[in-house]
Design a protein around this ligand. Sequence first.
Ligand code: HEC
Length: 245
Amino acid sequence: MAENETNGGGQESGTAYGRFHRRVLEGRAALFAVATTVAISIGGIVEIVPMFTASLGPEVRADVTPYTPLEVAGRDIYTREGCYLCHSQMVRPMRAEILRYGEWSRAWEYRYDRPFQLGSRRLGPDLHRVGGKYPDAWHYQHMQDPRSTSPGSVMPAYSWLLDWMVEPADITSSVRALAALGTPYESTEEDWVRGQMQSQGQTIVENLAQAGIETTWDREIIAMIAYLQRLGRDGNAVFRAEGSQ
Ligand code: HEC
């Protein structure tokens, strides 16, 4: 035994199996290469074959609607400001999460999310079910000064959203990019995009006016509110109809 331990082949090289491995497998490089390739391929096949046989991708549901141009604008701002660095958009299927946020997130809810805003960190709460949780005016105040609505919040203020304007020409480019990737939009003309943004924005402006806030439809805050209020909306409607919540 002691002899075997010093010959660099380990203890097994002295056994019958060790000698077989040395001579028949390792001793024949070509055969060994083939055997290794076969062994690795089995792992590959097990992973790859189901992708071609199972139906591809998540379930497609008609309940999921594309983001409106104003929501696209809000989403662009969400990405620009890096909100995903502190907020996830995925409720995991775990008891504590469901109690806190609501239904866990389904794959089909993300159909029009390009790119995904799943996030990987939660300095703040998950936002996938935030749509409809607060009135529009709450979001307005929260963006202006998070501490005014949520005492002790560590979220930074985004007060410039209250002043900066959205440019329908830019949003038209975003809508066109999404349409090119297959999102069904009625039109990708700038006039249509502007009209959609204005009419949806106007309802938010009116909601805010009731809370004594004066602003115009083409401010970034309006687009941000439109986006936040729609998060999880399609999924929530489906779950309510199915009576799961
Ligand atoms: C530094 C981390 C951080 C960043 C960046 C951040 N947030 Fe937050 N957010 C928080 C924290 C913490 C809370 C919980 C306290 C509060 O309500 O302010 C929160 C709460 C929220 C809420 C309320 C969620 C709920 O269910 O009560 C919304 C909506 C929100 N953030 C939106 C945003 C948006 C939009 C952005 C980007 C413009 C953003 N946040 C950027 C940390 C962050």
